[in-house]
Design a protein around this ligand. Structure first.
Ligand SMILES: Cc1cc2nc3c(=O)[nH]c(=O)nc-3n(C[C@H](O)[C@H](O)[C@H](O)COP(=O)(O)OP(=O)(O)OC[C@H]3O[C@@H](n4cnc5c(N)ncnc54)[C@H](O)[C@@H]3O)c2cc1C
Length: 441
C-alpha cells in the first residue's frame, strides 16, 4: 500500500531522505515542502549560503545513492588539511590523512535536488517551493502550508500524511508542535559566537593556497575561516563573541578594512572595497544548538537533521550528522521491515546518545581562548596522529580523525576524549563569563 511521506524542508537532510525513501521501495510517495524559493532558479551569488565540509560520515551516507558522491566531488574543492595563520605571518599545518570535500550549502542542495528530479517524476515525487509549514495537526495527520500569492493574499493548503518528516532546520516548526505533546523536552541555547559571511573574488595575488581550510584564531574569541570555491573565489565566515562584539559598532568600510588589516592581513590583501561594504551591511547571524529528549511523535512524525540536533558549526559536523541520520533511519526501516511506527521510535532511542554527544563535542572541542590551551590542542592532535600510526592497538586516532575520517559514533568519541572536552569546557566557560554571556543565557 502506498505510503505518503511529507517532508518539511528541502535542505540537505530532507532532500537526501527523499532519495533514500524513493530508492528503497515503490510504495513510498514523497512530497517536499520548502518555504524558500527553488535554489536552482536563483544565481548562486544572490543566495544566502556558506561553505560546508563533507567528511567521511557524509560521504558514507551519500554513497548509498548511485552517482551522488561522484557529482558532489566534481563540484567540490578537495582539501587535505587546514592552515592556521598566526599573528606573526607564519602558518601551522594540520594535515589530514583523508581528504574532505568543500562546497556551498546552496550548491549541495542543488546537486541533491537535480539528481532527485532526474530520477523520479511526479507519480512519486512532488516538490513545492515557497510553501511554509505553519500548523501541524498530529491527531488528524495533516499539515497546513501557506504560500504568498500576491502582496495582500496568502493561500493555505492542507496536506495529509502517513509519515511526516520535520527536516526544517534549527528553528523547526514541526518541532514547535511537539511542545504541545506530553513529556517532550527541548533545550535551545545560543552558541557563544555569532558570524558574518564573507565572499572574496578570485585573486591571483593571494598567498592563500587552494586545497586548505584557512583559519585565523586570535585567542580573543574572534576567528575567521576561509576556503576556496571551485571557480577560484573564496568564501567563509568571520566569527566573534555574540555579545560585546566589535562588529556591531562598525559603521564605515574604512573601519572594516582596518579590522581585517589588524587581525587578518592575508584577507585584507584581497578584500575589495565592494566586499568591505557588503560585509558591513551583511546581517550578523546567530546559531542555536538543540537537544531534544525524543525525535518522534506517535506512529507517524519524525525530526531529522538540524531540527533534531542543531549544533555549533565549529567542527563542521552538522550536515554530515544530518546525512548520517538518513542512513540510520534507512537501516531501521530495514530492521523493522518498513514498520514506520517501530522505526521512528527506535530512531529516538538509538540516535539520541550520539546527537547529544555531537552537541557537547561541537561546543567544547576547540578552546575559545588561551594560547597555552591552543598549543596543547595542536600538540595533542599531532601526537595522537603519530602514536596511533605507530601503535594502533594502544592509541586512538586523534579526535579530529575520529570525527571526520571515521563513522565511529559520536557518543564513543565523547567517551574517548571526555577529559579533553571537560578541560576545554571549563576554560571556555571561564572565558565566556568575562563577556557575561553565560550569565545572560
Ligand atoms: C556558518 C555555518 C557553517 C557550517 N559548516 C558546516 C560544515 O562545514 N559541515 C557540516 O557538516 N555542517 C556545517 N554546518 C551545519 C549545516 O549547515 C547544517 O547542519 C545542515 O544544513 C542541516 O541540514 P538540514 O537539512 O537538517 O537543515 P537546514 O539546512 O537548515 O534546512 C532546513 C530547510 O527547511 C526549510 N524550512 C525551515 N522552516 C520551514 C517551514 N516552516 N516550512 C517549510 N520549510 C522550512 C529551510 O528554508 C531550509 O531549506 C554549518 C552551518 C553554518 C551556519
Amino acid at each position: 500500500m502506498a505510503k505518503k511521506v511529507v517532508i518539511v524542508g528541502a535542505g540537505p537532510s530532507g532532500v537526501l531522505l527523499a532519495h533514500y525513501l524513493l530508492q528503497r521501495d515503490e510504495d513510498y510517495q514523497v512530497e517536499i515542502y520548502e518555504r524558500r524559493n527553488d535554489p536552482r532558479s536563483i544565481p548562486l551569488s544572490k543566495s544566502r549560503t556558506f561553505p560546508i565540509v563533507i567528511n567521511q560520515r557524509g560521504i558514507t551516507a551519500l554513497s548509498n545513492i548511485e552517482g551522488l558522491v561522484e557529482i558532489l566531488k566534481s563540484a567540490s574543492i578537495e582539501s587535505t588539511g587546514s592552515l592556521n595563520h598566526e599573528k606573526n605571518g607564519k602558518t601551522q599545518l594540520l594535515p589530514r590523512n583523508q581528504p574532505i570535500y568543500i562546497l556551498d550549502r546552496t550548491q549541495l542542495v542543488i546537486i541533491l535536488l537535480e539528481t532527485l528530479t532526474a530520477k523520479y517524476n511526479s507519480d512519486r515525487l512532488n516538490i513545492y517551493f515557497e510553501n511554509q509549514c505553519n500548523v501541524v495537526d498530529f491527531e488528524a495527520k495533516t499539515v497546513i502550508f501557506s504560500k504568498v500569492v500576491s502582496a495582500d493574499h496568502t493561500r493555505n493548503i492542507t496536506v495529509n500524511y502517513d509519515l511526516l518528516i520535520g527536516a526544517d532546520g534549527a528553528r523547526s516548526q514541526v518541532r514547535e508542535q511537539f511542545l504541545s505533546t506530553d513529556e517532550f523536552e527541548v533545550e535551545q541555547k545560543y552558541v557563544p559566537s555569532a558570524y558574518k559571511s564573507i565572499f572574496l573574488p578570485a585573486n591571483s595575488a593571494t598567498s592563500l593556497k587552494p586545497g586548505y581550510i584557512h583559519t585565523w584564531r586570535r585567542g580573543d574569541g574572534i576567528t575567521a575561516i576561509l576556503v576556496h570555491r571551485i571557480d577560484g573565489s573564496l568564501s567563509g565566515t568571520v566569527n566573534f563573541p555574540r555579545e560585546n562584539n566589535l562588529m556591531a559598532n562598525f559603521s564605515t568600510t574604512k573601519e572594516i578594512s582596518q579590522f581585517f588589516s589588524d587581525r587578518f592581513p592575508e584577507i585584507a590583501q584581497i578584500l575589495p572595497e565592494s566586499e568591505a561594504e557588503a560585509f558591513l551591511n551583511r546581517p550578523i547571524s546567530s546559531i542555536i544548538t538543540i537537544r531534544c529528549n525524543r525525535y518522534h511523535h506517535g506512529d507517524s512524525v519524525l525530526l531529522i537533521g538540524d531540527a533534531a540536533h542543531a549544533t555549533s558549526p565549529s567542527l563542521g559536523q552538522g550536515c554530515n550528522a544530518s546525512f548520517e541520520d538518513v542512513d540510520f533511519f534507512d537501516k531501521l526501516l530495514d530492521e523493522y521491515s518498513d514498520d514506520i511506527a517501530k522505526a521512528i521510535a527506535q530512531f529516538s532511542l538509538r540516535r539520541k546518545p550520539d546527537a547529544h554527544a555531537l552537541v557537547e563535542l561541537s561546543n567544547n572541542a576547540f578552546p575559545l581562548s588561551g594560547r597555552l590551551l591552543f598549543l596543547e590542542f595542536f600538540i595533542r592532535l599531532r601526537s595522537a596522529n603519530i602514536l596511533h600510526q605507530l601503535f594502533p592497538k594502544y592509541f586512538s586516532p586523534s579526535l579530529f580523525q575520529l570525527l571526520s575520517e571515521s563513522t565511529v559514533p559520536y557518543s564513543e568519541i565523547l567517551n574517548i576524549y571526555k577529559n579533553w572536552i571537560a578541560k576545554v569546557k571549563q576554560a571556555n566557560e571561564k572565558f565566556l563569563y568575562q563577556f557575561g554571556q553565560l550569565k545572560s543565557q
